[in-house]
Write a protein that binds this ligand. Structure first.
Ligand SMILES: Cc1cc2nc3c(=O)[nH]c(=O)nc-3n(C[C@H](O)[C@H](O)[C@H](O)COP(=O)(O)OP(=O)(O)OC[C@H]3O[C@@H](n4cnc5c(N)ncnc54)[C@H](O)[C@@H]3O)c2cc1C
Length: 494
């Protein structure tokens, strides 16, 4: 059986490995000249930057995928568990450093608010119960609304508080807003505001504390590279610089793909890893779609986008940890600007990665590779990026000088690259520039999210952040595993 996968992102590679391991004939078509796209790296002038993911969580999921293929992930990559996980810097200058030693961490929580010290224990106990119920829900397929009646989902209902937001749910454990920020800013991993994000996602910090946050030597892009190597060892073929222009269909059945150079290739099954909204609008003509027409796609909710600044700096900054999150004074207003007003935040929270703290291979000796991510509205906002790119870059530099206290940074820039929402769309084929894909609100989850076995066509499948379970590396690897299992089942393999 021949399988064609559109895109060599983490989702496509995960499905590809598992299917190649079962003896399927798998071809991955990737439009770029390198593996991974959002999970690739920029290598310039001796500096290395991850383009997207920098937090590697729940490594056991990728370890399992490798071991299902009789391989050991650790033969392919070197990993370090970070401690502290990151530092949060609040507008009042106070810092909080979540770390592996929970007693020390509780002491630092108490440093912000003594009443909240024990809230950590009740938070962890509450979320351990929740996680036990959430994990099986994230690992199964939702091929119909009936699947919502599965025992996994029904058991989750007892701990779900569907009408409560992440922020409100945290009130039962913590009273200080800064401590609540420390347990809610993680909704940004899904590109959502904690004030709108469903309370189910209180599990995100639990995931950090329970399984740690890991760095991969050379950057998290090495995860996708490792998967590509393993996939080829398993007999799969990767075609770089090979852009798919259209998915070929006959009635309601996928038949193969047409490349940009006009070549048509037949496949028994077609898996879409390219960004869901982008793929619908570009790879299947509008008149050939019913549930996901352009008009319906425009009405869906999407994650925020990100303004990215990658800076090669000819010095090191001792005040930075590996991961640094700077929280703005008016946290709520910042989210309002991004999600409701759809304007560029004037005083945003931002994230700064300084991987040199752990991994000297990321920059020349004595230098740093600084990665800055500012959450901003996606392309549904009326923002002219040709005009705003430079002023927003200047605002970001100002934040680095003032909030991150890198006062002389501008004089030390040796390399600089910017990615705007427009670039996410044009250079990475990310629909609406929504870097974390479709939003994870209740109307767009489980059987209401585009399904792994795609609803509109037979023999057409989805993997990646736009299908189940959702965005983020561990869940994207799971999407590949869910889809691979469905295809294996279709051909009588288990
Ligand atoms: C800035 C940023 C930070 C993030 N940080 C984290 C983090 O710290 N931790 C985490 O777990 N997750 C993070 N994520 C989220 C998510 O894990 C990554 O974006 C992940 O790489 C997405 O994987 P994917 O397989 O869904 O899609 P992609 O990586 O986008 O893969 C799709 C592939 O399809 C290719 N393609 C597109 N169109 C075509 C075509 N026509 N023909 C052929 N190929 C095509 C693309 O080039 C790409 O390689 C982050 C995302 C971003 C953008």
């Amino acid at each position: 059986m021949s399988i064609g996968i559109i895109g060599a992102g983490p989702g496509g590679l995960s499905a590809g490995m598992l299917l190649a391991n079962q003896g399927f004939d798998v071809d991955i078509y990737e439009r770029m000249d390198k593996i991974g796209s959002r999970n690739s790296c920029i290598e310039e002038d001796g500096y290395r930057f991850d383009v997207g993911p920098t937090f590697f969580m729940m490594p056991f999921i990728l370890e399992e995928i490798f071991s299902e293929c009789d391989k050991n992930l650790h033969d392919y990559v070197e990993m370090t568990e970070l401690d502290p996980y990151y530092q949060l810097v609040f507008a009042d200058g106070q810092k909080l450093k979540p770390q592996k030693d929970f007693t020390d961490f509780k002491d630092s929580i108490a440093g912000l608010c003594s009443e909240d010290r024990d809230g950590f224990d009740t938070y962890m106990a509450d979320n351990q119960k929740k996680m036990d119920k959430v994990l099986p829900v994230l690992q199964r397929d939702y091929g119909s609304h009936l699947s919502l009646l599965s025992k996994e989902v029904l058991s989750l209902i007892s701990v779900l508080r569907p009408t409560t937001s992440l922020w409100d749910d945290l009130k039962k454990h913590f009273s200080d807003d800064r401590v609540k920020v420390a347990f809610t800013f993680q909704s940004k991993y899904l590109g959502m505001s904690p004030f709108n994000c469903p309370s189910m996602f209180t599990i995100l910090p639990y995931i950090e504390y329970n399984w740690g946050i890991h760095h991969v030597t050379g950057g998290l892009c090495n995860l996708s590279k490792a998967m590509a190597t393993a996939f080829e060892e398993l007999g799969g073929k990767i075609h770089l610089e090979t852009e798919v222009e259209q998915i070929l269909t006959d009635k309601r059945q996928a038949k193969g793909i047409k490349l940009k150079d006009g070549t048509e290739i037949e496949h028994d099954e077609v898996i879409i890893n390219s960004d869901f909204a982008w793929s619908m609008k570009n790879l299947l003509p509008n008149e050939k779609r019913k549930k996901y027409t352009d008009e319906k796609l425009d009405k869906k909710r999407y994650s925020c986008s990100t303004f990215m600044l990658y800076l090669g700096i000819d010095k090191k900054y001792e005040n930075l940890e590996h991961h640094n999150i700077f929280i703005t004074e008016d946290y709520k207003e910042n989210f309002r600007e991004i999600e409701s007003q759809k304007t560029l935040p004037k005083d945003p929270s931002f994230y700064l990665a300084n991987p040199i703290k752990t991994d000297p291979s990321m920059a020349p000796e004595g230098h740093s590779a600084i990665y800055v991510l500012v959450p901003i509205p996606n392309l549904k906002a009326d923002i002219d990026w040709d005009k705003q790119k430079q002023p927003y870059r200047d605002l970001t530099i100002k934040l680095l000088k003032e909030r991150a206290e890198l006062k002389d940074i501008e004089e030390h820039i040796q390399y600089e690259k910017i990615i705007t929402p427009k670039d996410w769309k044009q250079e990475h084929n990310v629909g609406y520039g929504a870097t974390f894909n479709l939003a994870h609100n209740l109307k767009q989850m489980l059987s209401l999210r585009p399904r792994n076995k795609f609803e509109e066509y037979k023999s057409m499948w989805l993997v990646g952040g736009g299908t189940n379970p959702g965005s983020g590396l561990p869940t994207i690897y799971e999407s590949g595993r869910i889809t691979a299992n469905l295809i294996k089942n279709k051909y009588g393999q288990r």
